[in-house]
Design a protein around this ligand. Structure first.
Ligand code: ZN
Length: 126
């Protein structure tokens, strides 16, 4: 059961679904499949939307990836700062590295779908 309703961009982003129909898969393989890390399908299997709007379209998602990574780092550092009795730079740094490295494939996928959602709108008719 999915908690988010179809029609919101968040649904497409969280479940990595086609930005237009919210049914088709956005990625070729699961996020943590290391042979094809976050390779985007050429088109949607449900509504046949071309995901590659123009050549090198997903290079723009690097800006989004940077913003997502900074947001994660600020959130984790903030939590350490607020909730720990004695702030340790080393513990915070190690936690950040572990989270960013282990989460890199998912962050990359989320960045690409966020980028696609900036340009593509949900259309329930499709
Ligand atoms: Zn679709």
């Amino acid at each position: 059961m999915k908690l988010l309703p179809k029609g919101s961009k968040l649904y497409s982003i969280i479940y990595l679904k086609c930005p237009r129909c919210h049914r088709g898969k956005f990625l070729q393989n699961p996020v943590y499949d290391m042979s094809t890390i976050t390779r985007v399908r050429s088109n949607c299997e449900e509504c046949h939307l071309n995901f590659k709007i123009e050549p090198s379209f997903y290079y723009g998602s690097m800006y989004v990836s940077y913003a997502v990574n900074v947001a994660i780092m600020v959130a984790i550092s903030g939590c350490f700062f607020i909730f720990s009795d004695e702030f340790s730079f080393l513990k915070t740094f190690i936690t950040l590295v572990v989270v960013i490295v282990l989460g890199a494939p998912y962050i990359n996928a989320v960045s690409k779908i966020l980028w696609a959602n900036l340009f593509l709108k949900y259309d329930p008719e499709k």
